[in-house]
Ligand binder design. Structure first.
Ligand code: ADP
Ligand code: MG
Length: 343
């Protein structure tokens, strides 16, 4: 399909805890466009797979029914085409193009903010398609409620159907994604190198891929296998951050668990007995103190807990330190050990 990248398919999309809901919704839509989940809006930060997913809908639907009419467009292109159309008196062609499709996929609708003319046009496009049970899917970089410069009536259209978010993937999902790319490209990169990347690049999939691409280029150009040392060297600047970039949550869990005679799995697990819960909170607190991981990321690394749990843990440890003078030296000792471990 001319609008779609052929490699943005469901087969190439790794499902993890961060994207299951969105991916399932998109698969359901691609099988039965216009029936369930209409409209659908996928939102989330940069590089988390919005474009990949929305295009997968198109690719799947088109592969199963080549007669189906699909339009994929970014909100930016939609805006530019609309302006061009007005300019050249081709309003009619523009309307025909977008109001006569079975599936309309519009990427990055946050771009429409302040574009009141285009918003108006999209509002009417939306209504025309919606009333005839045509499928509409949108993506956005944040929840629609946070788009301030959007007319209320268009916002209410976006919010009408299913709104699902994409989160940053946890370590296991990051690993699965890179592993898939490595196998697909048949490059000589070992699991331990993949693991190194995934421990250090926690932001989004695009950054993960960029790190891998750099190593692949290295292997290609020098005909050399990428060892752990080479990977560390090549990705030094990617990993560097103002806090401790070589420290992983897993290391913190290992050292903290050891100090309290627990296993790292206890800290990641579900048990909430006092003997485990407090060391777990300490490990979360330390992670926040000495790394750049966000509360969301820390929560994910601790058995998929919510970011509010992490915030609560940090508050709890801080208030305990106020009342219990023996706690701070303990934490300092653990931190020292982690740093030794990390060098
Ligand atoms: P967004 O549109 O949210 O900024 P993209 O869809 O462009 O993000 O994704 C960035 C890159 O990461 C793309 O190359 C995409 O194929 C890849 N990607 C994202 N999520 C996944 C996933 N779950 N499995 C495989 N590849 C993914
Ligand atoms: Mg995108």
């Amino acid at each position: 399909h001319p609008d779609l990248r052929p490699d943005y398919t469901f087969e190439n999309f790794v499902i993890g805890e961060n994207n299951t809901l969105a991916a399932n919704a998109c698969m359901a839509i691609s099988k039965n466009p216009g029936t369930a989940y209409n409209p659908c809006l996928i939102y989330g930060g940069v590089g988390l797979g919005k474009t990949h997913l929305i295009q997968s809908i198109g690719n799947y639907a088109w592969a199963h029914n080549p007669d189906i009419k699909i339009a994929y467009v970014t909100a930016e292109t939609f805006t530019n085409e609309f302006i061009e159309a007005i300019h050249h008196n081709k309003n009619h062609q523009f309307k025909n193009k977008y109001r006569k499709v079975d599936i309309l996929l519009i990427d990055d609708i946050h771009f429409l903010q302040e574009k009141t003319g285009t918003q108006e046009e999209l509002f009417h496009t939306f209504n025309a398609l919606y009333e005839t049970n045509k499928q509409l899917v949108f993506t956005c970089d944040r929840p629609v409620s946070e788009l301030k410069q959007l007319t209320d009536r268009l916002r209410s259209r976006f919010e009408r159907g299913l709104n699902v978010d994409l989160q940053a993937p946890a370590f296991e999902t990051r690993f699965a994604i890179l592993k898939q790319k490595v196998e697909e490209k048949k490059v000589p990169i070992d699991d331990e190198v993949i693991e190194l990347i995934c421990r250090n690049v926690t932001t989004n999939v695009r950054d993960l891929e960029a790190a891998l691409t750099r190593l692949i280029a290295y292997a290609d150009l020098l005909h050399k296998k990428v060892t752990l040392d080479i990977a560390r060297q090549q990705l030094k600047d990617v990993f560097s951050n103002p806090k401790m970039s070589n420290i992983t949550v897993e290391m913190i869990q290992r050292v903290t668990a050891e100090y309290f005679n627990l296993s790292p799995n206890d800290l990641r697990g579900k048990k909430r007995t006092k003997a485990i819960a407090f060391p777990r909170q300490i490990a979360m607190y330390i992670t926040r103190e000495i790394t750049e991981f966000s509360t969301t990321e820390v929560g994910l690394e601790f058995g998929g807990r919510d970011h509010t749990t992490v915030m609560h843990a940090c508050q709890r440890v801080e208030s305990r330190m106020q009342t219990d003078p023996s706690l701070e030296p303990i934490i300092q000792r653990i931190v020292r050990q982690i740093k030794e471990y990390g060098t």
